[in-house]
Design a protein. Structure first.
Length: 375
């Protein structure tokens, strides 16, 4: 896949004025590049400036380095994390999240309701209580949630009446129901009660709402999924070392001094297999409006010769070693020397706005050449 991506990126770069065929090839290349990123069309940039949820920014920084390259492939259980903001703008303890952007083929792994607990008021609640019970229900009957069978308990626990901060509740089963039948999504109901389940009016504990509080404190649903995409079975262990590889020179190989364009091409062929930089700039491609992070990354590419004999420092496969021997001894016609290709690939992560202006963190396999070898 990486070779295809690199070719497409090369085609996607703006070119000098040329026949209409070049514009057509550029459009086709960008279309194919979108397919690599699992999209049919690029999402439109948000109509107004939007600050992504801090939780999603922090998650991106935990999963990836500044260039988006995955630090550890085992941090995320799946390959997609979506955040949805509450759409009710009405009742304080009712919440609704529109999940239409979740694809049918995505496997729901975990769903969380994130609510920001406000500082308690001095007059709120009995002074002798330090905790209250918070319950989260899946609404089954929108008009009468408190009627028998009108709601289903998803999560409940004691929450401190001291301080403020985020509270997270697991609501996975409700989201699975909603993605299977979109019409069943009647939202969530949150209740605050005393330690024995007694009603508290007014409730001593309050959560930030989508209507009355700052964007950074709005109720949010965070959904972890897996869309089934998997990359090549190349080594992925450990934190990627993305420093340029040192040239791997065969023993006692001397490089003649050459000049001129033809000599430069000859020198390229004599250079041993190694990794070279390949910058991918999302602004240059025209994607900077909807991609939050990173602004670009170094994909790297492999170039150079695989001369006989292949040393272990070229990390050849057994097949490549045999092929180099056959080529060197001319034992069979039409057999070329082994190729310089990536032998380790790393995934990258994109943090971006989708079509509904939700913030998504998605991991893509096989996007960075970690090292090169003769295969």
């Amino acid at each position: 896949m990486l070779g295809t991506v690199l070719l497409l990126l090369a085609l996607a770069k703006p070119a000098c004025p040329s026949p209409a065929g070049v514009a057509s090839r550029r459009a086709e290349a960008l279309k194919r590049l979108l397919e690599v990123f699992g999209m049919e069309d690029p999402p439109p940039p948000p109509a107004h400036f939007k600050q992504p949820p801090q939780y999603m920014v922090d998650l991106f920084n935990t999963v990836a380095n500044a260039d988006g390259v995955t630090k550890n492939p085992d941090i995320l259980e799946g390959n997609t994390v979506r955040s949805f903001l509450d759409k009710t703008h009405g009742e304080k303890m009712r919440f609704l999240f529109v999940l239409s952007s979740v694809a049918k083929n995505e496997k729901i792994l975990t769903a969380e309701l994130h609510l920001f607990r406000l500082w308690p008021r001095a007059t709120d609640g009995p002074k002798r209580h330090h905790f209250c019970q918070v319950s989260v229900y899946q609404v089954l009957e929108k008009s009468e949630p408190d009627a028998p069978g009108g709601k289903k308990l998803l999560a409940a626990r004691l929450v401190s009446l001291q301080g403020s901060g985020w509270e997270v509740f697991a609501i996975t089963q409700a989201v699975r129901d909603w993605t299977e039948d979109e019409s069943s999504n009647q939202g969530l109901l949150v209740t605050v009660q005393g330690l024995g389940g007694s009603p508290l009016d007014p409730p001593p504990l309050q959560f930030a709402t989508s209507r009355d509080h700052h964007e950074s404190k709005k109720p949010m649903l965070v959904l972890f999924t897996d869309d089934g995409r998997r990359g090549a079975s190349l080594p992925m262990a450990g934190f990627p070392d993305l420093q340029p590889q040192a040239p791997i020179l065969p023993a006692k190989m001397s490089v003649p001094k050459l000049t001129g364009p033809r000599s430069t091409r000859s020198l390229d062929r004599l250079q041993p297999c190694q990794r070279h930089p390949l910058s991918v700039d999302f602004e240059e491609i025209g994607w900077s409006g909807w991609i939050i992070s990173p602004r670009g990354y170094n994909a790297y590419h492999c170039k150079g010769s695989c001369p006989f004999p292949l040393g272990e420092n070229m990390r050849p496969t057994n097949h490549a070693t045999v092929q180099s021997i056959i080529n060197a001894l001319k034992l069979s016609e039409g057999v070329s020397s082994p190729c310089c290709v990536p032998d380790k690939l790393y995934s990258i992560n994109l943090l971006y706005f989708d079509d509904d202006e939700n913030v998504v963190l998605k991991q893509y396999d096989d996007m960075v050449a970690g090292s090169c070898g003769c295969h």
